[in-house]
Design a protein around this ligand. Sequence first.
Ligand code: GLN
Length: 300
Amino acid sequence: MPAEPRLAALQGLTDRHAVLRAAATLIPGTSPRLDAELLLAHALGNPRLEMLAGSAPLPPDVLALFATLVERRGRHEPIAHIVGEREFWSLPLHVTPDVLVPRPDSETLVAEALAWRAGAPPGFILDLGTGSGALLLAALGEWPSATGLGVDCSEAAVRVARANAQTLGLGGRAHFVVSDWATALDGRFDLLFCNPPYVPDGAQLMPDVVLHEPALALFGGADGLDPYRLLFPRVSGLLAPAGMAVFEFGEGQAEALLELAEGAGLHAQIADDLTGRPRAILLTVAPATPIGLGKPTASV
Ligand code: GLN
């Protein structure tokens, strides 16, 4: 039986397509039907396509569990938190409310790094603000000879990242430390990733994000640029010769970041995400040969 009165729409249904139709009317956001399918697949313990192909009536325990999942989604809890997983760069990553849910946008950083290092695998990779470990683990998965260090100021996030590294068989090459990123790091890296918190303080975000994801991973000061102001001046001291740093950023921040990069004596290039929005800034100490997939126009 549904636990909440507003789930009454689900009562008495056992046909999965009827259940999905009814659930979709109860789910907020832009993809209610897909969300319903993912939640029912999770309640059944089946992959989504297998769930959709099934025709047996849904058992009462599955329906009861499904109702509680729909109720959680109704409170804007992200699907990734409810099912405990999100795919990033084809890797299934465990996620909790302690880390940012990995976004497809961030795959841009991995794609750019891969294009830049094609044929010349990086030896050491640094991921500042690693969260779930998404960027670092995607890179280590692509480069079997590389070793990486993930840094996060959240101990809980580092636990998630470490567990992901173990589960994916990358634990031997992925190391994690709990540290404020302003703290001096020793060492030089061939590749530096950073997806810092870059949302301007007080910006309006979707309820899924603002209610359930860590503010620490989202908000970057009045204009969202505080992390870059802090970190760009340190980039040249962290990169090995011919190394590159790739930072993610958000809407309307490209111009300011190009200026900050210039001020830090770095060469910079902007790269767009798959939706055509400027999303990543690629930084090198000396002019790079050819760097990434980025637009050749944005060099400073
Ligand atoms: N892209 C995220 C959002 O808009 C923000 C991620 C970040 O600040 N690094 O919700």
